[in-house]
Structure formats: C-alpha cells, structure tokens
Design a protein around this ligand. Structure first.
Ligand code: DSN
Length: 416
C-alpha cells in the first residue's frame, strides 16, 4: 500500500477520484496540461524540505550546495530554450511573477497599459480589482470589433496616456501577437515592454509562435500551460534589468523558493528541448485549427473566425445558451471547458456569452486532427441537445471511448 493511502486514506481517495476524473474526461481548458511522470516525480521530491532564500551561491541558509546546482541547471536550460539573457525561476506562479515586474520597474502610482480582461487580457495586466490597478494607474486596451488586436488603436492610447510600462500577452486571444509592433509602440513613448507569454510559452519555445525575447524588456510566463511543466512561473529579462528583477522577487516579495518546483521546471525545460516537443507544439495548433473547422461547419461563432494558436473562443449567442450553460453541458459529457467573456460581451463575467477551449491537454494525450473532428461533433451535438439526457449519455460514451483509446497515467494509483 502507498504511504499516502496508509497514512491518510481520505486524501488518497480524493486524489484517486481526481485521477480518475482526469483519466475519464478530456481537458479542454487551454491553460491546463498533463505533465509527464518524470515532472511529477521531481515535483513530489525532497526539494520541498529545504529553505533557500537568495540565489545560487548567495543564500541566507546553509546546506544549499545541491539546491544551487538544481536552480542553476533550471536557469541554464531555460536560457537555452528561450534564448534570453537572464532568468529568475523563483516566482511562485504567474500573478506573483507579474507583481514582481511591477515592483521592479514602476513606483506605486505610475501608469501601466495592458489588455482589458473582458477582451482577453489578465487580472494582473491592470484589471480594476487587482493590485495592478489599485497600486498603479491602469489604462486598458480592448480588441477591435473583429476580435483582433488593433495596433493603431493601442498606439493611439499609448500616445495619449504615456504609460511607463506596456504589457502585452493574453489569456483568451486566439491569434498571433505581433511583439515587434508592441516594441515600436513602446519605443514611440519610451515605455518598458513586458510580454506575458504564459499561455503560449510552449509554442514560443518551439518556434510555433514568434518569440518576444528580441523585443520585450521583460518576459513572464507560467510553466504549466502549453510548456507542460509544474505549477510555477519564471521571469526572463535583458541583462541590464537582471538585478532589479531579482531584487523584486527576493527579498522584495517572496521568501524561500519552492525547490521541488525548480527541479520539476529543469526537467520540463529538458523535455521541451526535445524534437518530440516541437512536434507536440505544432500538433497543438493543428488540432486547434481542425477543431475550429469542425465547429464552424456546425455553425458555431468563433471570435476572429478561427485560431492561430492553442485556443478557441466560442460566442454561444446564436446557439441560444449562455457560456455557463455551455460549460455545464460539456462537463456532463466529459469535456471540461470554461465559460468566458467574448469581446464586447453584453453579459457579465459571472454569466458571459462564451466558452474558451483549447488543445494542449488533448494533444498531450495523443489526439490528432481526426479525433478533433469527433470532439467537435460531440460538442455540437451536446450543445444542440443540451436538454436531452439520452443524447448527452451517448456523447458521454463517445468521450469515454476516446479517453480509453488515449489513456494517461496508466501506472499511477493513490489508494493502493
Ligand atoms: N487562470 C489562467 C487561465 O486560465 O488563463 C490565467 O492566469
């Protein structure tokens, strides 16, 4: 019996239930993924036992000789993978990473320009309830009416508002982001440019999406989305900003780094350097485009009409149901998605018009374009017959069949 099952059967049983949920349904939330067993092992390692405030070879606690090597290895690999000057691998997750960038580059009350959350941005890009708008002055850019970034409009807002920092990057934007254009806008007003590539980091690392590294002063990312690593984050920056960024993370905002996460990050970067990861990243996009075509064939409205990356944003208005009903119906058939606002959404964040879905997890399982057609058909059928239990039962069976054909974690068990 596992140590966990004998010590705490209650938690073991809950983890087993969650494992079975993940095994028997398809995850379509575009910010989620399925880590390898190797990453899982590193994450569950004895790295968690150690305090290591400071940076490699400059620690405030003894006993860090090996942790120094682990953190240095993660940094070396990340620099190689993304081709950047400097990496801080210690942020606990994406929001703290972004917070550290504000802390490093701005004084409280200074102005930041970021993408509006209801148009696909992120809370930390200056949304009104977040620290980024409460401690800084925030101005926000929307998308154009067509759902695409409107660079002329962003340049206009930047010129009018003169922010000290511009943040680009998104959580619900299905198209390529032109980092060079953002650089030009930032340069036109002498602002810092920060790119938050959390969603697309795996695509950037593989060359499937253009990299912001040549253009942005600072690049932040989580590790656990398309990059397929542990829950955590990192900050990449130009050499001249390294000291400011490092000081902002520690001692500015955080205490000891999570060394088990750092170890798992190092393994993630090694995995992402393999040719198979490049194929994986390319397949994520092929799958998203195949799913988009199938959904368009079933008269779904996609924001911008399709996708260049890992995600799709569906406006369900013409289907006669709001996003939260769509989310619930798809959940019933074993497809996990999240309700989401669409550009110019007349509804609220709690009850928006759309759903957001993506292909990183399904692609990790091995599903390809053919299976995307099946998934698209199941989505169409379930949404069209959302109040018909018999149809939903059939849809659920199709998804179970796919999950059996593309299994995950076949040797893992928590309750034995
Ligand atoms: N929660 C993340 C997402 O789902 O996109 C953003 O931080």
């Amino acid at each position: 019996m596992s140590y966990l099952a004998s010590t705490d059967p209650e938690v073991a049983n809950l983890l087993q239930q969650e494992l079975e949920r993940q095994q028997s349904g398809l995850e379509l939330i575009p910010s989620e993924n399925i880590v390898s067993e190797a990453v899982l092992e590193a994450l569950g390692s004895i790295g968690t036992n150690k305090y290591s405030e400071g940076y490699p070879c400059k620690r405030y606690y003894g006993g860090n000789a090996i942790i120094d090597k682990i953190e240095s290895l993660a940094i070396t690999r990340a620099k190689q993978l993304f081709g950047c000057d400097h990496v801080n691998i210690q942020p606990y997750s994406g929001s703290p990473a972004n917070q550290a960038v504000y802390f490093a580059l701005l004084n409280p009350g200074e102005k930041v320009l970021g993408m509006s959350l209801p148009f696909g941005g992120h809370l930390t890009h200056g949304w009104k309830v977040n620290f980024s708008a409460k401690y800084y002055v925030s101005v926000q850019y929307p998308t154009g009416k067509d759902g695409y970034l409107d660079y002329d409009d962003i340049a206009r807002i930047a010129k009018e508002e003169q922010p000290k920092m511009i943040i680009c990057g998104a959580t619900a934007y299905p198209r390529v982001i032109d980092f060079q254009k953002f650089r030009e806008i930032a340069d036109s007003i002498g602002a810092y440019l920060v790119a938050d590539i959390a969603h697309i980091a795996g695509l950037v690392a593989s060359g499937v999406h253009p990299s912001p590294i040549p253009f942005a002063d600072v690049v932040t990312t989580t590790l656990h989305k398309t990059l397929r690593g542990p829950r955590g984050a990192m900050i990449m920056c130009k050499a001249e900003l390294a000291e400011k960024i490092d000081k902002a993370v520690f001692p500015g905002l955080q205490g000891g780094p999570h060394n088990h996460v750092t170890a798992a990050a190092a393994t993630t970067f090694l995995e992402a350097m393999q040719p198979s990861f490049k194929e994986y990243a390319a397949q994520i996009v092929k799958n998203a485009q195949s799913l988009a075509l199938e959904l368009l064939a079933h008269d779904f409205t996609l924001v911008t009409g399709g996708t260049d990356n890992h995600l799709l944003l569906i406006d369900l208005t013409n289907k006669g149901i709001p996003g939260k009903v769509g989310e619930a119906v798809l959940d019933e058939v074993g497809l996990t998605v999240n309700k989401n606002m669409v550009p110019f959404d007349p509804r609220s964040a709690f009850d928006p018009s759309g759903i957001r879905l993506g292909t990183p997890s399904m692609t990790t399982r091995g599903l390809k374009e053919e299976e995307m057609k099946i998934v698209g058909q199941v989505i169409a059928r379930a949404i069209a017959h959302h109040d018909n239990d018999e149809v939903k039962k059939e849809c659920r069976q199709h998804i179970l069949d796919l999950c059996k054909r593309f299994p995950i974690y076949t040797t893992l068990s928590y309750n034995k």
